[in-house]
Design a protein around this ligand. Structure first.
Ligand SMILES: [Zn+2]
Length: 237
C-alpha cells in the first residue's frame, strides 16, 4: 500500500492505494481525484499545496499534477509526524475515490454503434465536449467515453474510458488497439495511457484536433510514435 498526502491550512489530506500494473490509478491520482470528489468547492486551492508520496512518481502521477495540481515530491518514507496524524486522525482527512463517479460518462456500446463518427464529432464541436473511443485491432469498438470534468477535474474523456476499462477488464489496453479522441490528450491522460498500454510498440493514439495550450507540450506522448494526428477521421466503427 502506498500513500500520497498534502497539507493545506494546517490540515492533512491523504490517500492510499495499492496499484496493480496497468491500473490507471495511483496513490497520487487517488489523492487528487478524491479531493475533487470530496471538496469540489475548494479543491482548486487545496491542490496548490505540494503533494508528497512514498510511491514511485509515474507518468500518470506527473501528468495529473501538471493538469490538476501544482507540485510533487517523492519521499523514500512517510515522516513519523505525518504517520501519527494519519493514524490518529489529528487534523487529517482520508480521501477516497469512487470508480462509479466517472461511469456516467461512459456511453453504452449499443448507442455508440448506432452513430456515425462524423456526426459525433460535429456534436462534440458544438458542445465543446470531448469524446474518445477504444477500438480493437479488428475494428471492434471496445469502449467509448465523454468528458465530464465539470464535476471532477480529473474526469477527462480518456481518464473515464481508462477507469471504466480497468473496472470491467482489469487488464492493459490491448496491444494492436487504438484510442481515438477528438482532442489531443493532455499530460494527465497521456500519462495514464502511457502507463496502461500492453505494448508501447503496438498501440496508437489518434486525435483530431491539436491542443493549442502550453501544458500539452509536457505530455509524455508528444514526440512518441504512439501519437498521431488524423487529418481525415475516416475510421468506421
Ligand atoms: Zn485529459
Amino acid at each position: 500500500m502506498k500513500t500520497a498526502w498534502l497539507e493545506w491550512n494546517g490540515h492533512l489530506f491523504w490517500a492510499q492505494h495499492k496499484r496493480s500494473v496497468f491500473e490507471p490509478r495511483s496513490a497520487v491520482s487517488s489523492l487528487i481525484e478524491g479531493i475533487w470528489r470530496q471538496k469540489p468547492g475548494s479543491a482548486h486551492f487545496i491542490l496548490r499545496s505540494r503533494i508528497y508520496t512514498d510511491a514511485p512518481v509515474t507518468e500518470l502521477c506527473r501528468g495529473m499534477v501538471i493538469v490538476c495540481a501544482k507540485r510533487i515530491t517523492g519521499l523514500s518514507e512517510i515522516p513519523m509526524d505525518v504517520k501519527e496524524r494519519m493514524l490518529n486522525s489529528i487534523s487529517a482527512t482520508r480521501v477516497d475515490v469512487r470508480s462509479v463517479d466517472a461511469f456516467g460518462a461512459v456511453l453504452s456500446h449499443s448507442r455508440a454503434r448506432n452513430v456515425r463518427l462524423e456526426s459525433e464529432l460535429v456534436r462534440a464541436e458544438e458542445n465543446r465536449s470531448i469524446e474518445c473511443w477504444l477500438v480493437a485491432k479488428e475494428g471492434r469498438l471496445l469502449a467509448t467515453a465523454i468528458n465530464s470534468a465539470g464535476r471532477n477535474r480529473t474526469n477527462h474523456a480518456e481518464m473515464n474510458l481508462l477507469r471504466w476499462w480497468w473496472h470491467k477488464e482489469a487488464r492493459a489496453l490491448p496491444a494492436g488497439s487504438r484510442l481515438i479522441t477528438t482532442l489531443e490528450p493532455c499530460p494527465m491522460c497521456a500519462g495514464a495511457i502511457w502507463e496502461c498500454v500492453e505494448s508501447r510498440d503496438d498501440f496508437l493514439v489518434e486525435y483530431l484536433h491539436a491542443d493549442p495550450g502550453r501544458a500539452v507540450q509536457r505530455s509524455v506522448l508528444r514526440g512518441s510514435k504512439l501519437l498521431r494526428q488524423c487529418v481525415n477521421f475516416g475510421h468506421p466503427l
